[in-house]
Ligand binder design. Structure first.
Ligand code: 13P
Length: 325
């Protein structure tokens, strides 16, 4: 087993999943403001300290994705976040993309940036204790979107990122997110997700990315939030697994879903229903952001008397997801 394969398996096996706590400074600040907390480097640090020091988190979480700011910050006891995670048996991951920007000639579509200097940044993060990385591409549905050029540009960037990570010793989480925004049907999401994943695996192959050393982080197949469709949990689970069976090679060790704006409970139910669809060639787990940390942030609201209750809220979501694996 290669070192990359071993890390990838650790990320996705057992009952554990991955916690995405890597919101950019802008996104994190907006989420803090929404719950009445003044966004500063210190409040962002304290909030992340609350998350990672949740008791027994390592029982349900194998890895935590951090943003660059957090990666360089310290806990109250003086340990850096990656040092602390290593001490408690959780892998430290790093988001290395620099965000999705308007695609030239198609401002309603996005291209994720961050390839410049990535080889050197990967080396720095490895030195500081990272074992895996994340890059998120976003694909929009609506009107003529997604265009072929948006899909190709995004999977090309994902494949180049994945190659650079593997060369430097990090397992890349490869995240092509088909967004839930819009009024498209579940069928349209299925069609677009299938096309994106097919194109992605062609490109990963072209770039000689070792599939046994990645973790795929896709969206579930769901209708757009404005569609009015309310599919059953079983219908979402079945559509998602059918798409993955059609497109994801069996050499990929694991698939860790994003939650994408689904409610925490629904995301967990969908994950649980997929596990019941019989033997699958890859591990299926969670790499949720909002569906794991949303209730904790709402509970904390910057008030330290809510600290333990907020940690309990995170713990409950993580255990609920571990329980359906
Ligand atoms: P959500 O689960 O909130 O979609 O976040 C996952 C993630 O890491 C997005 O890049």
């Amino acid at each position: 087993m290669s070192a990359l394969n071993k890390i990838a398996r650790t990320m996705v096996s057992g009952r554990r999943g991955i916690l995405a706590a890597d919101e950019s400074i802008g996104t994190m600040s907006a989420r803090l403001e929404k719950v009445g907390v003044e966004p500063t480097a210190e409040t962002r640090r304290v909030y992340r300290e609350l998350l990672v020091t949740t008791p027994q988190l390592a029982e349900s979480v194998s890895g935590i994705i951090l943003a660059d700011e957090t990666f360089h910050q310290k806990l109250g006891d003086g340990r850096t976040f990656p040092q602390y995670l290593d001490d408690i048996g959780i892998l430290a991951g790093i988001k290395v993309d620099t965000g999705a920007k308007p695609l030239a000639g198609a401002p309603e579509e996005k291209i994720t940036e961050g390839l410049d200097g990535l080889r050197e940044r990967v080396a720095d993060y490895v030195r500081l204790g990272a074992t895996f990385a994340k890059w998120r591409a976003v694909i929009t549905i609506g009107g003529d979107a997604p265009s072929e050029r948006a899909v190709r540009a995004n999977v090309h960037a994902l494949a180049r990122y994945a190659g650079l990570c593997q060369e430097g010793g990090l397992v890349p989480i490869v995240e092509p997110e088909v967004l839930m925004d819009g009024d498209h049907s579940l069928e349209r999401c299925r069609e677009v997700t299938t096309a994106v994943l097919e194109t992605l695996f062609e490109e990963l192959d072209l770039m000689r990315v070792r599939l046994d050393g990645i973790v795929l982080k896709p969206n579930m197949v769901v209708p757009g939030t404005g569609s009015g469709e309310r599919p059953t949990v079983g219908a979402v689970a079945l559509a998602t697994v059918e798409v993955l069976r059609e497109t994801v090679p069996t050499s990929v060790p694991g698939i860790a879903f994003l939650s994408g704006g689904q409610s925490p409970e629904l995301a967990t139910q969908h994950l649980g229903a997929m596990q019941k669809l019989g033997r699958l060639p890859w591990e299926l787990t969670y790499s949720f952001g909002r569906a794991l940390v949303g209730p904790a942030l709402e509970t904390w609201r910057g008030d330290d008397t809510n600290w333990a209750a907020a940690q309990k809220a995170l713990s409950e979501r993580a255990l609920a997801n571990a329980a359906v694996r």
